[in-house]
Design a protein around this ligand. Structure first.
Ligand code: SF4
Length: 239
C-alpha cells in the first residue's frame, strides 16, 4: 500500500464506521467526505506542469494534450527561453516551433494553435492572457478544460477541470451520469462550493492517475471505496 493510501486508511479508521453502500451517493455530506479523504490522500496534489506565468501555463496545457506532464516539462524550459512572451510566439517560425515541441506529439497542430493563440493575445488582449473563461475559450485550440486549468492555477479563479480522469472517477463515484465534459463540469459545480472546485478537480485527476485507473481500478487499495458504488463492479471495466 502506498504511503498516501495508508494515511487515508488511517483517517478512515478514525472517522466513519464502514457500512457498505448504505449512503446516498451524491449527498453533499458524502461528496464532502470523499473530497476530504482524497485531499488527505494526495496532500502534494498540484498542477504538475511547470510554469511561471499565465502564458507559460497556457502553452504547457496546450502541449499536454495526449502527452504526459513530465514530457511537457522536459520541453518547456527550452521553449520558453526561445519564446519568452506572446509577441515572440506570435512571430515564431512554425517549422522551428514544431521541432522544439515535437516530443509532445501532434506537434504540427499544437504549433499552429500556440502560434494562433499568441497572435490573438497580441491583437485582442494586449499580449496578455485574459482571466475570463469566455475570453479564453475564443483562443485557437483552447477549450473549457484548458481554460479552467489556466484560471485555477495561474489566476486563482476556481474552476472544475474535466479531463478523462475526472469524468471517469466522478462517474464511478456516482457523482454524475454524464459523459459530456460540460455536463460533468456542471454536475460537479452543483456538488461542491466554488472555493473547492480547482482542488477537487486536481484530487480527482491524481486519484484517476494513481488508483482509479481506467482499465483495472485498484479498488482494494482505494481510500474511498466504502463510499463508491462502482467498487463492487469495476473489475476490468473502462467507463
Ligand atoms: S473504489 Fe474503485 S472505482 Fe471507486 S473510486 Fe476507488 S478505485 Fe475508483
Amino acid at each position: 500500500m502506498s504511503g498516501s493510501a495508508q494515511r487515508a486508511n488511517e483517517h478512515l479508521a478514525t472517522s466513519e464506521p464502514t457500512k457498505a453502500y448504505s449512503f446516498e451517493v451524491s449527498s453533499a455530506a458524502t461528496c464532502d467526505l470523499v473530497a476530504q479523504v482524497l485531499r488527505q490522500t494526495y496532500p502534494e496534489a498540484d498542477c504538475e506542469l511547470d510554469f511561471t506565468t499565465p502564458l507559460e501555463l497556457l502553452v504547457a496545457t496546450v502541449l499536454s494534450a495526449q502527452c504526459t506532464d513530465q514530457r511537457v516539462n522536459a520541453v518547456t524550459p527550452g521553449l520558453f527561453a526561445r519564446y519568452p512572451d506572446a509577441p515572440a510566439f506570435a512571430g515564431a517560425d512554425l517549422t522551428e516551433l514544431e521541432e522544439l515541441i515535437r516530443p509532445t506529439g501532434f506537434f504540427k497542430t499544437k504549433a499552429r494553435h500556440i502560434n494562433g493563440i499568441a497572435q490573438e493575445l497580441c491583437s485582442r488582449f494586449g499580449g496578455e492572457v485574459p482571466d475570463r473563461l469566455d475570453d479564453l475559450i475564443t483562443l485557437p485550440g483552447v477549450g473549457r478544460k484548458t481554460a479552467n486549468v489556466v484560471l485555477g492555477y495561474a489566476f486563482g479563479i476556481p474552476g472544475i477541470t474535466v479531463d478523462t480522469h475526472v469524468g471517469r472517477v466522478a462517474r464511478r463515484l456516482g457523482w454524475t451520469d454524464n459523459t459530456d465534459p460540460v455536463r460533468v463540469e456542471h454536475d460537479l459545480m452543483d456538488l461542491f462550493e466554488a472555493k473547492d472546485w480547482t482542488i477537487v478537480s486536481q484530487d480527482l485527476i491524481w486519484h484517476g492517475r494513481r488508483c482509479c485507473v481506467a482499465r483495472k481500478p485498484r479498488c482494494e487499495q482505494c481510500p474511498v471505496s466504502q463510499w463508491c458504488p462502482a467498487s463492487l463492479t469495476t473489475a476490468g471495466i473502462d467507463q
